[in-house]
Design a binder for this molecule. Structure first.
Ligand SMILES: Cc1cc2nc3c(=O)[nH]c(=O)nc-3n(C[C@H](O)[C@H](O)[C@H](O)COP(=O)(O)O)c2cc1C
Length: 180
């Protein structure tokens, strides 16, 4: 698959299958993240323990229910809703100090996250950029399990898993582009 085909084929699945991912596949995806344009430092935390992923899901749903956000509350109260989309792995991206005023930290982790989504697409693995579960990952009781480097704050996550069917290229409208 060439890069443009991977870009056009990447799609966030509604849910992941329960089949596990190979360690080398996750490693290759995380490595792709590290090849992104990163101005400074970021950290990758790979979560694969089913109990930990379940705890992230459960805590995220609890937080969504108490968020005061109508959309989040509705989603969390939908029967069968999974905040992690049944991900079999999650790669959490953190940056020193978390959000900064200029937005460099968020830009860094987002570049890495998109690289990982594209690498996953190339490898036939489903991926979903996520911010919802980050709050649960940032706070106890989950935070200390992650062994984050001192001073680093979680910003975004990429959920990974096998998916039903094959990725096919999408066609997107290009009516949000202007040339000057
Ligand atoms: C900034 C951002 C935050 C997101 N947070 C979540 C999330 O918390 N949970 C989730 O399931 N999907 C999340 N997504 C995935 C989007 O819902 C998904 O990318 C969007 O629906 C577009 O679909 P596509 O990726 O298939 O093009 C997020 C995407 C972005 C860009």
């Amino acid at each position: 698959m060439n890069t443009l085909t991977a870009i056009r084929s990447r799609k966030s699945p509604e849910t992941f299958l329960s089949t596990p991912l190979k360690r080398e596949t996750i490693t290759a995806i995380a490595e792709a993240g590290n090849y992104a344009p990163i101005f400074g430092h970021i950290h990758f935390t790979v979560l694969t323990d089913p109990e930990l992923l379940q705890a992230v899901n459960d805590r995220s749903i609890e937080m969504m229910k108490q968020s005061g956000n109508e959309f989040a509350e509705k989603m969390a109260n939908t029967p069968g809703y999974s905040a992690t989309r049944n991900a079999q792995a999650m790669i959490l991206l953190s940056a020193p100090g978390g959000h900064d005023a200029i937005g460099f930290a968020m830009a860094n982790v987002s570049c890495a996250a998109e690289n990982m989504c594209l690498a996953a697409t190339e490898l036939g693995i489903g991926s979903r950029f996520m911010m919802g579960p980050v709050m649960a990952l940032s706070q106890e009781p989950i935070r200390s399990v992650l062994c984050l480097p001192e001073g680093y704050e979680p910003l975004v996550a990429v959920a990974l898993g096998n998916v039903e069917g094959k990725c096919s290229q999408r066609k997107k409208e290009m009516n949000n582009v202007n040339w000057v």
